[in-house]
Design a protein around this ligand. Structure first.
Ligand code: G3P
Ligand code: MG
Length: 333
């Protein structure tokens, strides 16, 4: 790889995790603003360095999340720079556009609009089924639900597990007798967007994530059928999500190339807080990874389960370390 030295535009790009790196619950991590300002050009070489944000979070539209992130981080974050856990489903909406699908997670029916903005046309939520009255909603016993997508962390695990069981075991016709016992191909596609068992909010210890809901569902399903239900898993560290993110970052770099007219070979750096999802994924994608101590991984309790390229106290140190390596023309291991 050709190395850039001195003030030549670096062949560097970043992918930032959000929770535990830039944001912790409702508060912005102090070093985050400075770190992003450096990439926006506030550095002695006036480099503008491309970056995107990849989160296993979600629950709102990319536009709404970008609006909030822009206010919180003080730099302009646009939808072309943000990969949420469910953003990848944009690529799947065509396949299910004309079919009835169930969308779970988030607050009330908020994710129906997000799913419709991706191209899904017949979107139902557990609250629709709970409120089921053929006169008002629809007669679910005559409507086949072909897929269930867990977009974001469910709020009511008991209701959502019950409804997933009803949908799957009645082969998509809620309210019909159970005819599916797990021995044939799955009648309903079940897609989870975030595998995280734990994530870091401002609460002193990590919180249960969507992955814990998946485990709870599978435990109940197995206790009833003796088997677990085959699922599709997206989100970090899965390869589809890293491939999707890399396409977004290369598109972002192209946007900036037009702006910079100087970029050639790019080496990707990602800065995460969760070894299980972020480092495992980055290593799998062949990216360099810089683990920070402001989130799930705090250090002090042994080395991380997946080896990062470097461990930094926070995102600012991570960015400064990577840029310095770049300036020295050092080959990062
Ligand atoms: O619910 C979000 C959480 O699982 C992790 O988010 O930004 O650290 O990938 P993030
Ligand atoms: Mg994180």
């Amino acid at each position: 790889m050709e190395r850039s030295t001195g003030n030549a535009q670096p062949s560097l790009a970043f992918a930032f995790d959000i929770d535990g790196v830039l944001i912790r619950g409702a508060s912005v991590i102090p070093e985050a603003k400075r770190a992003l300002a450096i990439l926006e050009g506030a550095n002695e070489m006036n480099w503008k360095i491309p970056y995107i944000l990849i989160t296993n979070g979600g629950g709102v539209s990319e536009t709404e999340r970008c609006h909030k992130l822009t206010n919180e981080l003080g730099v302009n974050i646009t939808p072309s720079m943000l990969v949420q856990a469910h953003t990848i489903l944009r690529d799947h909406s065509r396949e299910y556009a004309d079919q009835d699908v169930l969308v779970l997670g988030g607050r009330r029916n908020g994710l129906r609009q997000v799913a419709e903005s991706y191209g899904f046309k017949h979107v139902w939520t557990p609250l629709d089924i709970k409120a089921w009255d053929p006169q008002y909603v629809t007669d679910f016993s005559s409507k086949r639900i072909s897929a269930a997508f867990i977009f974001h962390d469910p709020r009511n695990w008991a209701l959502d597990i019950q409804i997933l069981l009803d949908v799957i075991r009645s082969r998509g016709f809620v309210g019909k007798v159970y005819t599916y016992d797990g021995t044939e191909p799955p009648p309903v596609r079940l897609v989870f967007c975030n595998p995280d068992l734990l994530w870091r909010s401002e609460f002193p210890v990590s919180r249960l994530g969507q992955g814990a809901f998946r485990e709870a569902f599978q435990a109940v399903y197995k206790s009833l059928t003796g088997v677990t239900y085959p699922i599709v898993q997206y989100g970090k560290p899965t390869k589809p999500t890293y491939d999707f993110a890399e396409r977004m970052l290369r598109q972002r770099i192209l946007e900036l190339v037009v702006y910079l007219l100087a970029l050639m070979l790019i080496s990707l750096r990602c800065t995460p807080d969760n070894p299980e999802s972020d480092i495992a994924g980055a290593n799998g994608a062949g990216w360099h990874s810089i683990l920070v101590r402001t989130g799930v991984y705090e250090g002090g309790r042994g080395s991380p389960t997946h080896k990062p390229t470097y461990i930094a106290d926070n995102v600012l140190e991570a960015v400064q370390w990577a840029i310095q390596r770049e300036r020295e023309g050092a080959v990062v291991p």
